[in-house]
Design a protein around this ligand. Structure first.
Ligand code: NAP
Ligand code: ZN
Ligand code: ZN
Length: 348
């Protein structure tokens, strides 16, 4: 075991504070990573505040992790010291269920399912701690390579926000000839705009206001509309093949269904803390789908990083010191993020 410094919440809703945690000894198939950057995902905030239910404390959040391998176990074949690597939302899974074998480790159906990067219990029975720390030890099969063309700071958010939007955009066929709406221009949303544009889709941003319009158009959207304006829903009725919601709060989902073409899909990656209401007349009329998607598998995460490097896609970030995390959380809650806070791990 080795000690490392980290930022942790010691109780639900408590501010994050500097602390010391233990990392396991480097096992045969493990890599020890010097963390350089960690993104702040809205999921970190939901979990620190127990918005999704009971959580494990102390909690060291962080599942958008970019760093450099310091040491590799004797059996490691994929990485060696000096490699630039990333870790996302999971650090293990059963490896034998049909989903794990199909590269869908995020939907592992084995006993206990996947092991999340934090707020979970590892296979050794100890709590998992995330990326708001200086080092971590991870099995090489749950580590991905960050291509040379991507800086580690703007790559970090790709490990959750990037893969969470890339995977459903691919699955629901965003590409040439398809009209895709991205709801919410935050951490996930801004990367969804860039990725959907790079995939060749015609992208419309649906944001609460027009405040971020110039940025959205610069990132690849062709249209940018305010959802606070009722004319938006009238004029865009029946327009989209896919509406991808990245919104962290509950929406009027029936109104968003009306924006879909026949056979269109409202795909949710945003995870509001309360159950939602939906008028099923808005679904059956036009044979529409309501769908969801959770992060992506390990191989697909590597594919996404290679795609982003090839298209020059990184997150737009505001780099912060670790002692600014609590303030950053408040700004994320106020939709005041442009477009991802990333912690400089040297300040932890
Ligand atoms: P974020 O940076 O806070 O972005 C969310 C955006 O949603 C905001 O920027 C805002 O965009 C919009 N929004 C916020 N409150 C709203 C409201 N009351 N009504 C309408 N729009 C609102 O959050 P994020 O990190 O991108 O995460 C978004 C959600 O996805 C969270 O719930 C998170 O937990 C979830 N998530 C899910 C997965 C998964 O695998 N499924 C992975 C990561 C995150 P505008 O200002 O443009 O309106
Ligand atoms: Zn996340
Ligand atoms: Zn499995």
């Amino acid at each position: 075991m080795t000690s490392t410094t980290a930022y942790a919440a010691h109780a639900p809703k408590a501010p994050l504070e500097r602390t010391t945690i233990e990392r396991r000894a480097v096992g045969e198939f493990d890599v020890l990573i010097d963390i350089k950057y960690a993104g702040i995902c809205h999921s970190d905030i939901h979990q620190v505040r127990e918005g999704w239910g009971e959580a494990i404390f102390p909690m060291v959040p962080g599942h958008e992790i970019a760093g450099v391998v310091r040491e590799a176990g004797a059996g490691v074949t994929k990485f060696r010291a000096g490699d630039r690597v990333g870790v996302g939302c999971m650090v293990d899974s059963c490896r034998t269920c049909a989903n794990c074998e199909a590269g869908l480790e995020q939907y592992c159906t084995g006993s206990g399912g996947k092991v999340e990067t934090y707020n979970d219990t590892g296979k050794d029975g100890r709590p998992t701690y995330g990326g708001y720390s200086r080092t971590m030890v991870v099995d090489e099969n749950y580590v991905v390579r960050i291509p040379d063309g991507l800086s580690l700071d703007v790559a970090a958010p790709l490990l959750c926000a990037g893969i969470t939007t890339y995977s459903p955009l691919r699955h629901w066929g965003a590409g040439p000839g398809k009209k895709v709406a991205i709801v919410g221009m935050g951490g996930l949303g801004h990367l969804a705009v860039k990725i959907a544009d790079a995939l060749g889709a015609e992208v419309t941003v649906l944001s609460q206001s027009l405040r971020k319009r110039e940025d959205g158009l610069r990132m690849g959207a062709e249209h940018y509309r305010a959802t606070s304006d009722p004319k938006t829903f009238e004029e865009l009725d029946g327009t989209f093949d896919v509406v991808l919601s990245t919104v962290s709060a509950a929406l009027d989902y029936s109104a968003y269904m009306s924006l879909l073409k026949t056979d269109g899909a409202l795909v949710n990656v945003g995870l509001p803390e309360e159950p939602i209401a939906l008028d099923l007349f808005s679904v059956v009329t036009g044979r529409k789908s309501v769908a969801g998607s959770n992060i992506g598998g390990i191989a697909e995460t590597q594919e996404m990083l290679d795609f982003c490097a090839g298209h020059g896609i990184g997150a737009e970030i505001e780099l912060i010191r670790a002692d600014e995390i609590n303030e950053a959380y408040e700004r994320v809650l106020d939709s005041d993020v442009r477009y991802r806070f990333v912690i400089d791990a040297a300040t932890i």
